[in-house]
Design a protein around this ligand. Structure first.
Ligand SMILES: Nc1ncnc2c1ncn2[C@@H]1O[C@H](COP(=O)(O)OP(=O)(O)OP(=O)(O)O)[C@@H](O)[C@H]1O
Ligand SMILES: [Mg+2]
Length: 240
């Protein structure tokens, strides 16, 4: 399998105080990484570094052997918070088409529209195509934004708490949809259930990053009588 993401000795701060310290990570084609950890642990910051949205201060990140900024075109991203101007009269289908934007591109092709439509379909929200984005529920909007990330036809998908505003039923559906996507995926989640949903790699970030790939096997073995508290303690113990 091809190595797609390589992080070496990455350390980052926003000024005073280290946010991420000496992080190492290798992800291979088709890996599905669950990124877990407490509020303020540095998950979103780490994703932004991977996307080239923050400058690297110390250490190195290579994506397809390139610097993050140069690889950004290959990554579909769903941010944790989106500042949509809710008065903006933009339709759902136009939001998804933004996923087809390229540098220097002036208009969308027929193929772009087809891909955008297919992405909406895939996320189960094709019926909302003509609605205003501002008029959707939180969960509907989240699916539309996922569709936008997919419309880019990325090799890697990075999602920052994609199920945050989605009801239980919807969360299951989103997990199933993600599981079926063949791309390399990194998903931040506070919901430990994600570990049951096709993930093969697990990392906990609290300033430092620790891999817990063995958890996936453990959970599969213990399914039915697995204890969330026990799991969290295992992870914390490792970080101490
Ligand atoms: N732009 C910024 N300027 C200064 N400090 C920041 C900035 N963004 C984040 N931080 C700080 O960096 C730390 C890590 O934040 P980050 O958003 O990466 O955490 P997180 O793991 O994504 O948390 P959450 O689970 O709450 O989303 C926090 O202490 C936060 O206050
Ligand atoms: Mg975050």
């Amino acid at each position: 399998m091809q190595k797609q993401i390589e992080v070496r000795n990455l350390t980052f701060s926003y000024g005073k105080g280290t946010i991420l310290e000496d992080i190492n990570l290798d992800l291979y084609e088709g890996d599905y990484l669950a990124l877990i950890g407490p509020n303020g642990g540095g998950k979103t910051t780490f994703l932004k570094l991977l996307l080239g949205l923050r400058e690297i201060q110390k250490g190195e990140i290579k994506i397809f052997g390139k610097d993050p900024k140069e690889a950004r075109g290959e990554i579909g991203y769903l941010p944790q918070y989106i500042n949509f101007n809710m008065d903006m009269p933009i339709n759902v289908d136009e939001v998804v088409l933004q996923g087809r934007l390229r540098k220097g591109k002036l208009f969308y092709t027929k193929a772009d529209r087809k891909i955008a439509k297919a992405s909406l379909d895939r996320m189960g929200v094709a019926h909302l195509a003509d609605r205003k984005i501002s008029q959707l529920s939180g969960g509907q909007r989240q699916r539309v934004l996922l569709a936008r990330a997919l419309a880019k036809e990325p090799k890697i998908i990075i999602l920052d708490e994609p199920t945050a505003s989605i009801d239980l039923e919807g969360q299951k559906e989103i997990y199933a949809l993600l599981k079926a996507l063949p791309q390399t995926k990194i998903v931040v989640s506070h919901d430990i259930n994600i570990l049951f949903e096709g993930v093969n790699r697990v990392a906990h970030i609290q300033k430092r990053l620790h891999m817990h790939d063995g958890l996936v096997q453990k959970i599969k073995r213990d399914e039915g009588h697995f204890c969330e508290m026990e799991l969290l303690e295992m992870i914390r113990g490792d970080d101490a």
